[in-house]
Design a protein around this ligand. Sequence first.
Ligand code: PEP
Ligand code: MG
Length: 576
Amino acid sequence: MIKLEGIGASRGIAIGPVFQFERAELIVSPCAVTDTEAEICRLKKAIEVAVEELQQVHEKALQEAAASEAEIFEAHLMMLQDPELWGQIEKSVREDKINAELALVNVTKTFTEMLKVMEDEYFAARALDVQDVSDRVLRILLGVAESPTEGLEVPSIIFADDLTPSDTILLDKSLVLGFCTAEGSATSHSAILARGLGLPAVAGAGKAVLEIANGTQMVLDGGKGVLLLEPDAGTVQVYRARAERAKSVRENALKNASELAATADGRTVEVGANIGNADDARFAVENGADGVGLLRTEFLYLERAALPTEDEQYQAYKQILDVMDKGPVVLRTLDAGGDKEIVYLDMPKEMNPFLGERAIRLCFAHPELLKTQLRAALRASVDHNLKIMFPMIATLDEVRRGKAILEECRAELLAEGKQVAEDIEVGIMVEIPAAAIMADQLAKEVDFFSIGTNDLSQYTLAADRTNARVAHLSNAFQPAVLRLIRDVIRAAHAYDKWVGMCGELAGEPLAAPILIGLGLDEFSMSPPMVPLIKQIIRGLNADDMRGLANEALNLESPEEIRALVKSRVPIADIAT
Ligand code: PEP
Ligand code: MG
């Protein structure tokens, strides 16, 4: 048995075989051909295989009633028969005497560039379709497997370098027992996704884990960040027993999860969920969430080939609001950029994307993006408790600009005779140190704050949240981060504004006592953590926790702080 260690990214134990998620690169080597007709024949065969593949996925999309996906595949099938495109590729093989792969890449480039310069949403989407179809044929010509998940047939632990949100869309979740990534940390998006699904995960395990053969049996302990390769029967038994115990703690917590969480001395706090779509919203309700503290709207933009229209967004938000009924839903405007790249937006490559044109900055650069989203959100707000939140706010001017655009959208809708809910609260994410430092001024401009500890930690400690080598720094238990949290809550309370937290720290059992002590009003986390955190809060005395928080903030390291909480609050220890 071999033991490997990484970072505990999502609690829980997975026992099963390894499956390596490999993204194959399509590398084309130029070469001259003499028998051009044989080369064209090879190209035609590849197109035939592509047609078969597409017919199959089209059929599957129809069976699964995924109408918009089915339409995309229909368009791709038509494109495989486009005489203009394929005629030019054949011509290039014949006249330039080059291999089919190279001709395909060259002609596709000309076609997509031609479509892109038209600067129209429709043609931009067509450019993406041409690229998709061309990549499919190229992959077949190069003999590369169709998808990184080809061969995933039994429930497995997925191994990858790192997983982007768009990668995870490809995964059939019913076949995933857990995740292990070579890169990343507890707050990279693959870890957040694992937590949202209630799946155990280890991050930052190092490149060596990518060499483990498919099918190798293993135990993954997502709480401790441990991997055990080819465990003996005794070890498997121990871990199965631990998984059973955790399951019973969870089932117990689930019993009264939908009741409000009040501390033993009577302070009620809201415990909500972080979600990305209506399915997550239903999962949040099942787990007893009082509302949605963070709706990450970017997932709506990632799972498609072109920008979602106002109507599509309206439908998506309305579905979520209907699930939550009158419960609060904090909708965060588009937070693209950083490690969440939206391919069809053609975002320029940046040296430091986390410090670049991300989130609200990108929206200000493309105000029509923000306006479409805000109009959809405002339309969906009627008869619900919608709140709107701007991400990555660094300055007062940004809040004012965001609010002005929101007001412009409201006025437009009312002038068009459309309904909009009254008294929609407007807040900001406090996730940049500048915002935390200026919290007293910002508090005057907003109705609430939500602290994003994932980014606040990376920006405060100057430690990339996706980089395993600095994960010990990008850690919200760092006293520097906790002190900023204390200051933000104080500043907001001085203006009678409420403060929530939607960063991963809010779902950390060992952080709950400190956050109660600091006076946090709302906690928002991945749905599976809601029952446990509510149970922990019910066992705390808010007054006592004030003293504990004070002590914690005077300690020197995350380790000391965790140890202090463990020694004082036994229930938080059970949950780790
Ligand atoms: C955060 O930064 O803490 C946060 C909640 O936002 P995201 O993880 O989506 O960047
Ligand atoms: Mg953030």
